[in-house]
Design a protein around this ligand. Structure first.
Ligand code: MN
Length: 746
């Protein structure tokens, strides 16, 4: 009979042994399909290629995985090596099988380069993150195990590379998934190629003592078994010498000879139930002297990878220490096969296909357990959290970068260096040009195209990147490089937002108001605020919103205070001195005669005051106040049309209050004048010169020709008081052609 077919049949028997109702027709179909696809291909050993997938399927069968996994193991190299497509496999077998095969292929394509530990950690994470179905990892580990078993046919370079990768990626993952048996074999075979001398040294030393070892092992095993029989405890006792890599590591990291290795021997006592574990422990400690501090109860506190057992180290009569591990059958299965054992167990329970979702759920639980476990153990083993929120991508040099899920080439560029991000003009993923917003996937190789003449990041990038790192670096750039532009952009955004929220620039830049508004922000001036809005460090909407709240708060405080005052003064028409207000209402007030705005409002000091735009009063003008909604008190000239009793709205009658000028006040008051004149060349210039000669500050001046040869000159001036204003008006009236100078109203 054909030896390959014979090998297939052995596989089929093996699968049938643990899964009697398996569809052998389908299994055979998969074997034939793979055999066909790989026909003519040879392995380095000279064997037909199909031997490899068959062997991998055998290892998968040892883990007693389901039929889909066995089929996927048989097909695991057909996409990569024979160009069969996912669709074809899905059609021939099932989409589930095709997904498994494709998953294994993706892992095969990742090129691992040996790096420092942090990089290895990222590689292991990437390995897990790229896998949506835990069976893919199990099959990939079996694939690697067979490749390691047949590594002797590869070149020395390849042996070293693969062994390092196995030791750094595959063995830790196998350990992580609790698959001790496979982990040991991966470690031992890797060591054989990485340090053949060291490996042989341990191997030889063990062999030289092998008869002594065997004698020792058999002796202890017999004694334990006898004691168990005497106690009527049903159990299996095994003794073994620990695996080569663990001895090797102990010898080299602890600088010890083989004879000094403390726990070279390990015994296992496998029992039927949990309480018996502790009974056995009692017996062992009764028979031998326990070594202090070497007892570990992994039953009550399982290892992060789910391992459960009692460990104790005792000293035998020969003076040799040995370790005894005590556990139940089920714990033992988990210890040997890890997640695969669990998987098998679940399958037996439900007797139908276990969804990958559920399998992953178990991994999730396992990983959650890790959080409470010994932190060192956690760090040493694989830190996996299923990475729903992370992607792992390669630099062209093979470094792995971890980025938040949904990250784009912009995040990647800034993760490398801010200079790379700032000079980025484009990006390639797996060799192809992609747009800036392309979403990166685990395993992608990303290359940033930079140019020394790049103009720096664009503001849209802030919306295209996912990582805070990139966002901060982009903002940093705008903050530094584009201050003027930022201020302009920020100012315009701020003004738009003001309008949207129903405020005017005048309201917030009012004397005495702005410092209060800025006090609440971390900006010393409006310019600083604009700059921050411009580079994206501050939102315009939030800034304006906060100012609005503050204005309302100030206004409200004022209105409430005014209302309280009204109550106690009960209609008195005099301006209440602060002292009497204080006594009457118990309110706090200070120096009533001085005020920042130069206005005193019916016994209130320091209330928010603004001067009405319509009539722009100056000190000395008879004035009247109006409590505005929200913003304090607006001061009008008594002769302002808007303040005339016939123009006041009846429902607002209560809002009109007495105000008067106080001592102190502002250095200058802005007021508007209107000049009527016969139009002539140089009229505006003469007005300006007259004002200049009077040393008056002139914020605005404009002249407008009227149709009938006349002109109107509007001018704003800043004056101390009504006296100064009268003087100026007089001077302006003397300019040639000017026939009227009046205060502007409305
Ligand atoms: Mn393979």
């Amino acid at each position: 009979m054909d030896p390959i077919l014979e090998r297939y049949q052995a596989l089929e028997e093996h699968v049938k042994a643990y899964s009697p109702n398996v569809d052998t027709q389908k299994l055979f179909e998969a074997f034939s399909y793979a055999d066909n696809a790989h026909s003519g291909q040879l392995r380095k050993s000279g064997e037909p290629y199909i031997i490899h997938p068959l062997a991998v399927a055998e290892i998968v069968a040892e883990l007693e995985l389901d039929l889909d996994s066995i089929i996927a193991a048989l097909l695991h190299d057909v996409i990569e090596d024979t160009g069969v497509s996912h669709e074809e496999i899905a059609k021939q077998f099932s989409p589930a099988v095709a997904d498994l095969v494709e998953g294994v292929t993706k892992l095969t394509r990742v090129q691992y380069v040996t790096k420092e530990e942090e990089q290895m950690e990222n590689l292991r994470k990437m390995f897990m993150a790229m896998t949506k179905d835990i069976r893919v990892i199990l099959i990939k580990i079996c694939d690697r195990l067979h490749n390691m078993r047949t590594m002797e046919y590869q070149s020395a370079k390849k042996q070293r590379e693969k062994s390092l990768e196995t030791l750094e990626i595959y063995a830790p993952i196998a350990h992580r998934l609790g698959m001790q048996r496979i982990k040991w074999e991966l470690e031992d075979t890797s060591l054989k190629y990485l340090d053949p001398v060291g490996y042989q040294e341990v191997e030889k030393a063990l062999a030289a003592r092998s008869s002594a070892h065997e004698e020792f092992l058999a002796g202890i095993q017999r004694k334990i078994q006898e004691r168990m029989d005497a106690e009527s405890i049903h159990c299996h006792v095994y003794g073994r010498v620990k695996h080569i890599y663990s001895i090797y590591r102990k010898m080299y990291t602890q600088q010890k000879t083989l004879d000094e290795i403390f726990d070279l021997y390990a015994f296992r006592v496998i029992v039927s139930d949990l309480p018996t574990c502790y009974n056995v422990l009692g017996c062992i400690h009764d028979m031998y002297t326990p070594v202090l501090g070497r007892f570990k109860d992994y039953i009550s506190t399982p290892k992060p990878n789910g391992y459960q057992s009692l460990h104790t180290t005792v000293i035998g009569r020969e003076g040799l220490p040995f370790e005894v591990q005590i556990r139940t059958e089920e714990m033992h299965n988990t210890a040997e096969y890890g997640i695969a054992a669990h998987w098998k167990y679940k399958q037996g329970m439900s007797n139908d296909k276990l969804g990958s979702e559920e399998a992953f759920e178990w991994v999730r639980k396992l990983l959650e357990n890790q959080q409470d476990a010994d932190p060192d153990e956690f760090i040493r083993t694989l830190k996996v959290d299923l990475f729903a929120d992370e992607v792992f991508v390669f630099t062209p040099q093979g470094d792995v970068k971890s980025l938040p899920a949904g990250a784009t080439p912009i995040d990647f560029a800034y993760a490398i260096h801010s200079a790379v991000g700032n000079r980025m003009t484009g990006a390639k993923v797996n060799g192809r040009i992609v747009p800036f917003e392309a979403e990166l996937k685990s395993g992608d190789i990303v290359e940033v195209i930079t140019s020394k003449t790049a103009h720096g990041p664009s503001r849209d990038w802030l919306n295209l990147c996912k990582s805070n790192e990139a966002r901060n670096k982009i903002r940093q750039w705008f903050k530094k490089e584009r201050r003027e532009e930022n201020i302009a952009t920020g100012r315009s955004a701020f003004e738009t937002e003001l309008k949207r929220q129903g405020l005017t620039m005048a309201e917030i830049t009012e004397e005495g108001v702005l410092p209060n508004l800025l006090k609440r922000s971390r900006f010393g001036s409006l310019e600083e605020l604009y700059n921050a809005i411009g580079y994206g460090g501050q939102s315009a909407a939030k800034s304006v919103g906060r100012m609005k709240d503050e204005l309302i708060r100030l206004g409200k405080a004022q209105a409430e205070k005014a209302a309280a005052e009204k109550l106690v003064t009960t209609g008195e028409e005099v301006i209440m001195p602060a002292s009497s207000a204080q006594t009457a209402a118990g309110l706090k007030a200070s120096s009533p005669k001085r005020s920042q705005s130069g206005i005193i409002v019916e016994g209130l000091d320091n209330c928010l005051v603004k001067f009405a735009k319509c009539c722009t009063p100056v000190p000395g003008d008879p004035v009247v106040g109006f409590i505005t909604r929200g913003f304090g008190v607006s001061v009008h000239r008594s002769d302002c049309p808007n303040a005339q009793p016939e123009n006041r709205k009846p429902e607002e009658a209560g809002r009109w209050i007495k105000v008067d000028w106080a001592e102190g006040g502002l250095p200058g008051y802005r007021t508007a004048l209107e000049l009527s004149a016969k139009d002539r060349d140089g009229l505006a210039l003469d007005v300006a010169m007259a004002l200049s000669a009077a040393k008056v500050r002139v914020p605005t001046l404009s002249a407008k020709a009227m149709p009938d040869g006349y002109a109107v000159v509007s001018v704003e001036v800043e004056v101390q008081d009504r006296g100064e204003l009268a003087n100026i008006m007089n001077k302006l009236g003397q300019i040639q052609g000017v026939y009227q100078v009046k205060r502007a109203t409305g």
